[in-house]
Design a protein around this ligand. Structure first.
Ligand SMILES: [Zn+2]
Length: 273
């Protein structure tokens, strides 16, 4: 596993080595949403975000390792575990939730099952990656009631986690963003027919070896919102074999690292550094 406390330990080590550790906000259950910075604060900035979907917690470890290895000139701001409550739920189930009313609610939403390994949402059963203000509620698989995944929430940015990512993005104004998800070894780019910086998807494709597709039928995602509101390029990178069960994705970390090393450096060069 790669837990919130594993992340805390890794961030403390990186901080000891001189990296800057920061907090973008707090989850709905009050856990800090932490990040790590590597590179230069002047010039183009990059923003990387992982594990917004609970069951994809292995991408948090990937983000940490890629940020640690990063040697580009651009500033690299990385929030490895965007949904700490969800990751804790996927890893430890209801034991990770202190409040008994919240436990009852989550148990019911999870179909009266204690197995949360496939949970995608946060601790309010909102899927954070359909909660951003980008044609919110129009995605093909969107649903309008609390669920383990795909619930859009009561209104855009209703969740503290999506608000924290949005506000931090507004603050650092990144040139490009990367969102790590699982699975399938594919890249998604653009939003609603718009494809800013059309050289970016083939560039990321050439580094990773993953095919790149335009996003179809999606709405309300972090990348969707970034592309729509800034007119800049954001990519979603889906790591891991399509057939690997989510709880075993961590075993593919070596190949994920091999395939994704150099992505941030290539984006930094594309940003003109
Ligand atoms: Zn995902």
């Amino acid at each position: 596993m790669y837990t919130v406390s594993d992340l805390d330990k890794d961030l403390a080590v990186l901080e000891g080595q001189g990296a800057k550790v920061f907090t973008v906000g707090y989850s709905e259950l009050g856990r800090p949403i932490k990040g790590v910075f590597n590179g230069n604060t002047d010039g183009p900035q990059l923003f990387v975000q992982g594990a917004i979907h609970a069951r994809e917690w292995a991408t948090a470890q990937l983000c940490v390792l890629l940020t640690e290895a990063y040697r580009g000139k651009c500033g690299l701001w990385c929030v490895p575990m965007s949904n700490p409550d969800g990751a804790m739920l996927a890893q430890f189930g209801l034991d990770s939730v202190a409040d008994s009313n919240k436990r009852d609610f989550l148990y019911r939403i999870n179909g009266k099952s204690d197995d949360f390994t496939l949970w995608k949402a946060n601790a309010r059963a909102v899927d954070l990656n359909v909660n951003f203000n980008a044609l919110w509620g129009t995605g093909k698989s969107n649903i309008t009631y609390p669920a383990p995944g795909n619930y859009i929430g009561p209104y855009p940015f209703s969740e503290s986690e999506s608000r924290a990512l949005g506000e931090f993005t507004d603050k650092i104004r990144p040139r490009f963003t990367v969102s790590y998800h699982a699975r399938g070894r594919v890249i998604y780019y653009g939003f609603n027919g718009s494809n800013p910086d059309p050289t970016v998807p083939p560039l990321v494709s050439s580094v990773t070896g993953y095919p790149a597709y335009t996003s179809e039928d999606s709405a309300g995602g972090y990348k969707d919102w970034f592309v729509l509101t800034t007119g800049r390029a954001g990519v979603t990178i889906e790591v891991g074999k399509e057939t690997t069960p989510y709880q075993y994705l961590q075993q593919e970390l070596p190949s994920m690292l091999e395939q994704n090393k150099g992505v941030f450096e290539a984006l930094c060069r594309a940003a003109g550094e």
